[in-house]
Write a protein that binds this ligand. Structure first.
Ligand code: IPM
Ligand code: MG
Length: 379
């Protein structure tokens, strides 16, 4: 037993040193890339697994139509990146194979279909690996229900919390397991700044800082304290303090939910509450997600690869709206605002005004392809 404890302590020490080194790298990171002056923007397209290739095929048709001129002028390069499939990842024993990661790093931004994450075992999720390797620290997820006045945007910290060491927990086999949650000063400051900058630039009047700092005293305690420190630089914006449990209740309470505007949360709470929020909007198939870092950004659907839908032969009924919303966010990020607005308007017309919705797995609705055919006519 003494030996096993000693090994676990050594493992913990190594993790502590790695995380401290990461915090130091963050403090020295280069200024963010400015897309407005770039000659060529390279967009990497990654299909993923399950329903990933089905929805990505439609997203490519949309981008090719929307960006015809930019592509022929060489202003935008669409680059297909293969090999991020579950079969390939399992065969190589790598969450993101080295050659795939090298290809990814030649791009400026990525549009990515969902990738399956094996439960248990040692294999890390491809998403988590990419978020870490590309330092995509801000997970930005908008949710809107116009008829109810809901206009939410979630700023989920994307590289720390329970995710930083999620596959590196400590174990005394058969008896005890311990996972870790990591909060750093630099990691919190940058996501808090992203949320408050967004609020300021978009005329929002409040930011809800959501933690469980009454229980997770060290990690969430620090997150809350630093978020409030950052808030002092934005005196025109109210920084509200909330706990995650009551906030999940607030989101299902129509009497209060529309008053919330911007949410700032640690990683795992952000993961959970954004699925809840997406469901309020009409389902996880309707929500896009942006993973933003200083040098790279990756845009994807909020949901997973839905392997059960594939097994049931319902893959063709996957809703492409989520990945198309992600594509819209990507266009905005690379400073092609006009194109983003065009896509956003066409999507809203299809889904909100004309109710041309695909409900994943429901054969009585439109297929993924038929929906896109209809949308393309509006572009
Ligand atoms: C998300 C997903 C991912 C996460 C999975 C696929 C690893 O649920 O983007 O919200 O947990 O972050
Ligand atoms: Mg999630």
């Amino acid at each position: 037993m003494e030996n096993r404890i000693k090994n676990a302590v050594e493992q913990f020490e190594a993790l502590l040193r790695q995380q401290l080194a990461r915090q130091e790298r963050m403090e020295q990171s280069a200024p963010a890339k400015d897309f407005s002056g770039m000659q060529t923007v390279t967009v990497g397209l990654i299909d993923g697994d399950g329903i990933g290739p089905i929805i990505m095929k439609q997203a490519k048709r949309v981008l090719e139509k929307l960006l015809t001129d930019e592509i022929s002028a060489g202003r935008v390069v669409l680059k297909q990146i293969d090999g991020l499939t579950i079969e390939n990842r399992l065969a190589l024993g790598k969450a993101v194979p080295d050659d795939v990661l090298a290809e990814i790093k030649t791009c400026d931004v990525l549009l990515k279909g969902p990738t399956t994450t094996p439960k248990g075992g040692m294999m890390e999720s491809a998403n988590v690996t990419l978020r870490r390797e590309l330092d995509l620290y801000a997970n930005v997820r908008p949710v809107m229900v116009p008829e109810e006045g809901i206009d939410w945007i979630f700023f989920r910290e994307n590289t720390e919390g329970e995710y930083a060491l999620g596959s590196k927990g400590v174990e005394l086999p058969g008896e005890l397991t311990m996972d870790f949650k990591v909060t750093t000063d630099a990691g919190t400051r940058r996501i808090a700044k992203a949320a408050f900058d967004y609020a300021r630039a978009n005329g929002k009047t409040s930011v809800a800082i959501v933690t469980k700092a009454n229980i997770m005293k060290k990690t969430d305690g620090m997150f809350s304290r630093i978020a409030h420190e950052v808030a002092e630089g934005y005196p025109e914006i109210t920084a509200e303090d909330w706990y995650i449990d009551i906030m999940t209740a607030n989101l299902v309470n129509p009497a209060v939910r529309s008053k919330f505007q911007v949410f700032l949360l640690p990683n795992l709470y952000g993961d959970i509450i954004t699925d809840e929020a997406a469901q309020i909007q009409g389902g996880v198939g309707t929500a896009g997600s942006a993973n933003i870092g200083g040098q790279y950004a990756m845009f994807e659907a909020i949901h997973g690869s839905a392997p059960r839908k594939i097994e049931a032969g319902e893959g063709d009924y996957a809703n492409p709206a989520s990945i198309l919303k992600a594509a819209e966010m990507m266009l905005r990020h690379i400073a092609m605002t006009g194109k983003a607005e065009k896509l956003g308007k066409a999507l809203a017309e299809c889904t909100e005004s004309e109710k041309r919705v695909v409900v994943t797995g429901h054969r009585d609705g439109a297929t993924c392809e038929a929906f896109t055919d209809y949308l393309l006519e509006k572009l």
